[in-house]
Design a protein around this ligand. Structure first.
Ligand SMILES: Cc1ncc(COP(=O)(O)O)c(C=O)c1O
Length: 364
């Protein structure tokens, strides 16, 4: 089976982890500081603050940006649940705005009608590695005096109009979960040009400590370990090369899929560098289950990102948080992710395309 995701851990990562283990510094220490410095430089921001996961990065960024109970946070329902859960953690209410059906990202044309006097922040997600329409989002945010927190959990190295994701809003949040374009096992990072957000984020991730044993706000233990940071430093060096492999695989797939009946390949506007965390096609919703079974039987791994909009999850229903986003609902019933990661070989690509061609003839 060609898996839908595969972390690429090689000897260098293992050697660096062993060095850390032998050094005695295994919690947050010099390696975390080095990883933060290098990640900030890569993204093109003044500060990077490492955390224990992408989820804790989002939670910490919202706290640091001053989002609190009673506030509303505008976001997309077509994402992993962590995005809007982070608003819930700080007591804010997620307000869901529908997606653009071509890019799967939040539709900026629909944001203004969702703004109320309680709105404090907009959290766009760069879904599948494709940057959201940040110019329009930031213009709206400026006009209404809102904070923009980019959920860049799937978009390491993606570019929007010459700027890397994570450097465009007031803050960006990354995940280093093993399926992501780079990994630390578990881990996250907040990127920002704001001295205030960076300073507050450093406090919130470490028990609200302003200096040793002086606790000024209710913080958490969201720290990254030096063990994870050692993996991250090596992975960051490889990120561009790994992304190029993803992009090349995606180009091959689109080139061969675009003429297959019944399958819609992904779309990327000219002004972005889509880094293909996922390569996601669309098929008729009534055929999706059969398509997935067919592909799996042929040895092609698949994923559904995501099977329902976040507001359709039980948690959100129980909280009384509702929305109606027909494009997100349609996408949720039609999408299938297929393997695009750097370990997908040319032979794998041929096998994937052959399986799709056959599926189109027999199912679609
Ligand atoms: C869009 C999005 N946001 C947030 C997260 C949360 O990241 P993590 O799993 O590292 O907590 C993820 C990753 O799973 C994600 O895909």
């Amino acid at each position: 089976m060609i898996p839908i995701a595969k972390p690429l851990i090689e000897d260098r990562e293992i050697e660096e982890v062993v060095k850390v283990l032998r050094s005695g510094f295994i919690a947050q220490g010099p390696k975390v500081a080095e990883f933060e410095r290098k990640f900030a430089e890569y993204v093109g921001v003044k500060h990077a603050v490492a955390t224990s996961s992408g989820t804790t990065a989002l939670h910490t960024a919202l706290l640091a940006a001053g989002v609190k109970a009673g506030d509303e946070v505008i976001t997309t329902p077509f994402t992993f649940v962590a995005t809007s859960n982070s608003a819930l953690y700080v007591g804010a209410k997620p307000v869901f705005v529908d997606i653009d059906p071509k890019t799967y990202n939040i539709d900026p044309k629909k944001i203004e009608e969702a703004i109320t006097d309680k709105t404090k922040a907009i959290m766009p997600v760069h879904l599948y590695g494709q940057p959201a329409d940040m110019d329009t989002i930031c213009e709206i945010a400026d006009y209404h005096d809102l904070v923009v927190i980019e959920d860049a959990a799937q978009a390491h190295g993606a570019v929007y109009n010459d700027k890397r994701t994570g450097s465009i809003g007031n803050a960006g949040c990354f995940s280093f979960y093993p399926t992501k374009n780079m990994t630390t096992g578990e881990g996250g990072m907040i990127t920002t040009n704001s001295n205030e957000i960076a300073e507050a984020a450093r406090m919130f991730r470490a028990h609200g400590e302003s200096e040793r044993y002086t606790h000024v706000v209710l913080g958490y233990n969201f720290r990254m370990t030096d063990i994870a940071a050692a993996i991250g430093i090596v992975q960051l060096k490889k990120l561009d090369t790994l992304n190029v492999k993803r992009i090349k695989n995606a180009i091959y797939l689109t080139e061969h899929i675009k003429n297959i009946d019944g399958i819609e390949p992904p779309y990327a506007p000219e002004n972005v560098r889509h880094v293909f965390h996922q390569y996601t096609i669309r098929v008729d919703s009534s055929k999706r289950d059969d398509m997935i079974k067919f592909l799996n039987d042929k040895g092609v791994g698949t994923g559904i990102h995501y099977p329902k909009p976040v507001y359709a999850q039980k948690l959100y229903k129980d909280l009384g948080i509702t929305a109606s986003c027909p494009e997100a609902e349609k996408a949720a019933s039609e999408v299938i992710s297929i393997p695009v990661h750097p370990s997908v070989s040319p032979e794998d690509l041929e096998k994937i395309v052959a399986a799709l061609e056959k599926a189109s003839k027999t199912i679609l």
